[in-house]
Design a protein around this ligand. Sequence first.
Ligand code: CAO
Length: 450
Amino acid sequence: MASVELKVPDIGDFKEVEIIEVLVKAGDSVSVEQSLITVESDKASMEIPASIAGTIVEMKVTLGDKVSEGSVIAMIEAAARSTTAEPARSESKAVSSGAPSSGSATPQHPAATAELKEGSGRDPIAQGSPASVPVGAAHVSPIDETNVVKPHASPAVRMFARELGVDLTKVRGTGPKQRITMDDVRGYVKGVIASTAAPAAAGDGAALGLIPWPKVDFAKFGPIDPKPLSRIKKLSGANLHRNWVMIPHVTNNDEADITDLEAFRVSLNKESDQTGVKYTMLGFLIKAVVAALKKHPEFNASLDGDQLVYKQYYHIGFAADTPNGLVVPVLKDADKKGLSDIARETSELAKKARDGKLSPSDMQGGSFSISSLGGIGGTHFTPIINAPEVAILGVSKSYYKPVWNGKEFVPQLTLPLSLSYDHRVIDGAAAARFNNVLRSLLGDFRRAVL
Ligand code: CAO
């Protein structure tokens, strides 16, 4: 059976338009009105369907080609009892079934015209010959590009989205010129399902309108050893993810002179050798933070809708590194406790954390958190706020730096501070002032009693 040409019909103002999707390939069986390609002009896109049923023998176009009326799309071997598209009817049918009621980005159009290939010798189709398909302007509706609005998606994708109840304005297109593909719609739906079923698992980015998380077969590049995340990592990961995404974080970095404080701490520890109490830098930090919170109560607050809930208690959480992951035990009523009690209680809570014995109440009720990496290392970092708190103080490893005192350089033991704050609640100036208070207290701890 001889093949015939499927040509681009009269498509109104669409001239030299780019093919952005090729929907069939050689060997495919196509039915009448099945879309063959999608073309796109500056303002709109449209699919061009087949006018006859049959088998595609050869594609004459590829992605990115420019086509106009008369361009040959493909060679088709017509099915024995092929029928041709009846243009007027096919258009109205397409509008009622496939196209959105208004604002379609993809106008409907007549089917690709089929013609005998030049020199093919004989008419292959006795009934419904393509030659009988009206060709030309007579059956072409003008394309109303004024009604065209983004997002870009083909009618098939729009229909698919409508069936699933997907609002295409929320789907990020990954096709050429941000065109939305079937896979984008599928990815969006998967993301929504995953985020509803398990917020922690919404890591593929689709729920945020992001492109999906890359799927890589790491084994292709070398040996691998996959291990499941610990329960704590899964829980803390979900919380950290939500907090990072939902809170507009800003981190204010500063440094405190703790030369005298560290000397004081060391001397206290020497004195307390008999009692066994170990004064820790964390204990002094908690004391200093409570004093700063009293001066800046918005740091000891939580957002609740349009309200800021100021807490009149000072329950200070501190991040504890454990073999199974990060946990945040909470030292209750830190304002009512002396340094030795704070040191003892935080050590007990840290031990419980490492032993996996913290109770839920040990981790509840925090009003501000501290994350100290001082015993480990680093200069500055960006701690993630522990919602619904509005700020967290990160502390890095102290180091000596030379500081000019007006006459000479003297060694100064310097403690790096990283204060992350929720910018919806706290202004940058307030954060700088909060750090000023901390610097002043840590620089001269006598101020803590004022
Ligand atoms: N600079 C320099 N040295 C410091 C320091 C600092 N800022 N803070 C503590 N150190 C020293 C201590 O003096 C101690 O030294 P000695 O043994 O010679 O006395 C040593 O580091 C160990 O201290 P530590 O960190 O074990 O004890 P701590 O009371 O200071 O902290 C705790 C307890 C629970 C905060 C800590 O063990 C911990 O888990 N830190 C990790 C927190 C974390 O993972 N944060 C990241 C979370 S993501 O934001």
